[in-house]
Design a protein around this ligand. Structure first.
Ligand SMILES: Cc1cc2nc3c(=O)[nH]c(=O)nc-3n(C[C@H](O)[C@H](O)[C@H](O)COP(=O)(O)O)c2cc1C
Length: 327
């Protein structure tokens, strides 16, 4: 069994191939999830771009959004062919746009349909299919409702559930509020693991520190982290200690990023300035991080030399680079 203890959450506009490449430089073990891609986008859109996967990204998971069994099966096949290691079904997104298409968290009200979707997807491919969901929605907020959902979907064969430990209120709260307002109920996820010990239960929501991740891992099979990994990517590096490896320094990550940026410039017409937003968290928590963010934000054009100059400003101020007499 592969080590799936830690994963980067799927985040639209954030876990793009560029951020996933960057994330991989901090930690070679974390499972990296794509943004959600709808089945219709894969079947009718620019599939090559949507399923872009760099070999360094493995282990990598494609998250799909949809509710049509045949379309999900076909999209899963494309994901497998593109080289992803797993396919995940989104049953957690509360956006109006996706509800309208019966995608995301609204599917929690239809566990039998989710079981059918799982069967269609898993029947089409050899790599595992997993489900990411909420602890509840709207009037299905009790632990019993959650357990019923997992019971029905696991009876179809699904073994890996990623549980965002917040309910989603589909009427009235925005997607952002649905990640902040409903309280976290970690106990429900712990209880789920106690009631379904044979399943792989991964917890998600509000985990933003090394100690918290470690604590969850003492009770559960995995932790998924989203915003904290994006804004403070060093946390991915700190978690290397789970595998007995040192935390890479920001300067080392940057050195490994330069060849990627260089190749980006040579092979795409998209300006570097567009992807720099993914690297703003590189020095989070270090003196100079604000200036780094300012230097990389809001520009139309940025060169690699500009990035080097911005980084030098921070690195020259790193405590280890300042001599003891403060010179
Ligand atoms: C900008 C953004 C986009 C997101 N997009 C998705 C998505 O495409 N699919 C999904 O399942 N969850 C999505 N989420 C939810 C995250 O995967 C995760 O469940 C949520 O942020 C809670 O985890 P965290 O507290 O560690 O960030 C998104 C979250 C953010 C902040």
């Amino acid at each position: 069994m592969q080590d799936k203890r830690v994963s980067l959450a799927p985040m639209m506009d954030w876990t793009t191939p560029e951020f996933r490449f960057f994330a991989r430089l901090f930690n070679r073990h974390i499972w990296l999830y794509s943004e959600m891609v709808s089945t219709s986008a894969i079947l009718h859109g620019d599939r090559e771009r949507l399923l872009k996967l760099d070999p360094s990204e493995h282990p990598a998971v494609l998250q799909l959004g949809g509710s049509d069994p045949a379309q999900l099966a076909q999209a899963s096949r494309f994901g497998e062919q593109a080289g992803f290691d797993e396919i995940n079904l989104n049953v957690g997104c509360p956006s109006d746009r996706v509800q309208h298409n019966r995608i995301g968290a609204c599917l929690m009200a239809e566990p039998e349909l989710v079981a059918e979707l799982y069967l269609a997807m898993q029947g089409a491919i050899d790599i595992p299919v997993t489900i990411k969901h909420r602890i509840g929605i709207d009037d299905l907020q009790s632990y019993e409702d959650l357990a019923r959902f997992v019971q029905i979907v696991s009876e179809a064969g699904c073994q890996h559930f990623i549980v965002h430990a917040r309910i989603a209120l589909l009427d009235g709260l925005s997607p952002k509020q649905n990640r902040e307002v409903p309280p976290l109920r970690y106990d429900d996820v712990y209880r789920l693991k106690a009631d379904f010990p044979e399943l792989f239960i991964e917890i998600n929501g509000g985990i933003n520190q090394f100690e918290a991740a470690k604590e969850h891992l003492e009770h559960l099979d995995g932790v998924m982290i989203g915003r904290a990994f994006y804004h403070q990517p060093e946390l991915m590096g700190q978690l290397c200690t789970l595998w007995g490896e040192p935390t890479p320094k920001a300067s080392e990550v940057l050195e490994a990023l330069y060849p990627y940026l260089d190749s980006w410039q040579k092979t795409t017409s998209v300006p570097l300035a567009v992807i720099c937003r993914h690297f703003l968290g590189l020095f989070a928590g270090q003196p100079g991080s604000r200036k780094w963010r300012q230097d990389l934000s809001g520009k139309k054009q940025i060169t690699i030399d500009d990035i080097r100059a911005a980084a030098d400003h921070v690195l020259l101020n790193e405590p280890s680079n300042v001599s003891s007499n403060g010179a």
